[in-house]
Each structure stands twice: as structure tokens, then as C-alpha cells.
Write a protein that binds this ligand. Sequence first.
Ligand code: NAD
Length: 260
Amino acid sequence: MLKGKVAVITGSTSGIGLSIATKFAEAGASIMLNGFGDPDVISKLCATLEKTHNVQVKYLGVDLAQAAGPQTLISETYQAFGRVDILVNNAGIQHVSPIESFPADKWETILALNLSAAFYGIQAALPLMKGQKWGRIINIASAHGLVASAFKSAYVAAKHGLLGLTKTVALETAKENITCNAICPGWVLTPLVERQIQERAQQQGISYDQASRDLLSEKQPSQRFVSPEEIGDLAVFLCEPGGTSMTGTTLSVDGGWTAQ
Ligand code: NAD
């Protein structure tokens, strides 16, 4: 389905990004992986994806919180594959703290990675996509792009900003056969959320399982975690013919979180 296409997925060594990369490889796209992790584990991951799906997979562990990072990732992808068709801005981090004690460096890094990296990546990829007369940009936002939770000021601000960026890019590319959409997941059980459950269990002196149930019952009416595969399937759909006229949208995959 996506044979011949080249997909860059930021933050794809773990969690949602890894699932999106796997689904794109299954669909036949060549993949540029990005993110941090053990080099041996990552090279095995590349080899497994290549062998299983008969596609090319490369990895560049550039730090996207640095302003030059996204440009480097896009230009290295172009060098390696000769094209860039799909950009998934997925890399993101979280920090939970009241505003009064929210560390300034955490604010800066979250804004840099969760928002500015998408801007710089899109800025670098658009000329290539325009030249190819086809492009798909997917921004992994969050239910926190649509509604807030206390103690997540930087994350909520960045994700709301990402939705604004998504809509603006969609308008600027509407006639170019390029789409730009945002996916807004609810709770997905990945390392990012596992850390929050562990912190909650520690602070409240309750078990991990209890903290996990409390987290879901507070926000997510389905009472179950969204799976990373569900997000991957939607990302692939957005790049298939059925997604051609979908642009500037925010797609909630949140078990009813933002319906409340
Ligand atoms: P995760 O922690 O499992 O993965 C994050 C990925 O980003 C990893 O590959 C990590 O190495 C990479 N990364 C971190 N800092 C980076 C940097 N400076 N430069 C490049 N890569 C970096 O997290 P996840 O839950 O899979 O989150 C992925 C995205 O989904 C994030 O944008 C997150 O905000 C969003 N999201 C997650 C959930 C959830 O419940 N897990 C819900 C809504 C939105």
C-alpha cells in the first residue's frame, strides 16, 4: 500500500512511535527511525523490521530538542533514501509539577521537543513534499491538546500549540496534495505513562495496579488503555487513499476522554 514511500517517525525507538514505524513498515514504506535507546537494541530492531517486512530501515538518534535536530533528521533521510513522503512528529516528553515549582528547564525542553521540533521538521520537509507533489504530515498530539489537566502546564501548552500548527500547515498546503493532521490519544500504556503511574503509586502509597485503575477511571470512560497499534493503524490510514481529503483535523483516540 505504501510501497515506495519513505516515512520519518520521530521518537520511534519506543511506545507509540515504534508502533507507528512497525505499521508503516508492514504497509511497505521505508523507515527512518529516531529516538534514544541502547544502540544494540536499536540495530536489532532495524534488522528485524527490515527482514520481517522487506523494507529499508535506517536510524538517526539526533536530539530533536535542539533546534537544528529536525532539519538534520530530514536532510539525512533525504540523503539516505532520496525522498521524504511521510513525517510523523511523535517524539514527546512529560513533566508533572505545579506551575509555581515547574522547573524552567523542563518547560523549555518540553516546548522545544513537543512543539518546536514539529515546526522545524515540517519546515524542512515541506519543500521536498511539494517537489514530489505528495506528502503526509501527522502530528501526535494528545487529549491534552484539547483539554487540560492540572500540573501539566508545559505539556498541555505544547500540545494545544501543536493543534494550531497542524491547522495552519493544512491551510498552507491544501492545494499541494499534502495533508497535515493531528492524532490525539488518551492514555496509552507506554514508558511515558508507566512513569506517571509509578509516581502516583509512590506518592499515594498504593499499588501500581490501583494507581493504573485510578488513572483510567479519572479520565478515560472506556476504562482501558488505548493500544499503540490502534494509533499506528490510524496513522497508516491517513496516508492511504481514503485519507486524501482529510486535512487540518484533530482525531481523538481516547476512549471517550474528551467527549465528557
Ligand atoms: P515514550 O516515552 O514511550 O516514547 C518517546 C520517544 O521519544 C522515545 O523513542 C524517546 O527516545 C524519544 N525521545 C525522547 N526525547 C527525545 C529527543 N530529545 N529527541 C528525539 N527523540 C526523543 O512515549 P509515548 O507514550 O510513546 O509518546 C509518544 C508521543 O505520544 C508523545 O508525543 C506523547 O506526548 C504522545 N502521547 C502519549 C500518550 C500516552 O498515553 N502514552 C497519550 C497522548 C499522547
